[in-house]
Design a binder for this molecule. Structure first.
Ligand code: ECB
Length: 134
């Protein structure tokens, strides 16, 4: 029985988001705005199907995927690059590999206690975000 990520989650910490955005080539002005945001995630998990809506006062991002099925991701409103993404389980962690122009790009979600953790990776940068239930 896999972990249940369903819920509404509010960002409470965001370590090295600046480094992650810089690795993605996000311009200075956008980084200044983006790093002030406290995004909310709404995760819906139904068997192998997931939707993750990340919303903020500045931009929103929606991702839908099925575990084990590669899909084209266009990162619209983020760095706007396209990549091929694949999400799989690694024990209780949800791991996404985003294959494209940027090396070592991807993310990992897991639960610790009742907190949602997200590690965002790009090239040599790792951003660590923690969310609490709304
Ligand atoms: C959507 C809220 C953040 C908006 C930031 C706006 C501009 C910065 C541009 C690029 C930065 C790259 C990523 C932003 C960080 C988080 C957004 C979603 C990251 C993500 O891929 O989450 C996954 C895992 O929950 C689901 O898409």
């Amino acid at each position: 029985m896999p972990v249940d990520f369903n819920g509404t989650w509010n960002l409470v910490s965001n370590d090295n988001f600046e480094g992650y955005m810089t690795a993605l080539g996000i311009d200075f002005a956008t980084r200044k705005i983006a790093k002030m945001l406290k995004p909310q995630k709404v995760i819906k998990q139904d068997g192998d199907l997931f939707s993750i809506h990340t919303t903020s006062t500045f931009r929103d991002y929606t991702l839908q995927f099925k575990i084990g099925e590669e899909f084209e991701e266009d990162n619209k409103g983020l760095d706007n690059r396209k990549c091929k993404s694949l999400v799989t389980w690694d024990d209780d962690k949800l791991i996404c590999v985003q294959t494209g122009e940027k090396k070592n790009r991807g993310w990992t979600h897991w639960l610790e206690g009742d907190d949602l953790h997200l590690e965002l990776r790009c090239e040599n940068q790792v951003c660590k975000q923690v969310f609490k239930r709304a």
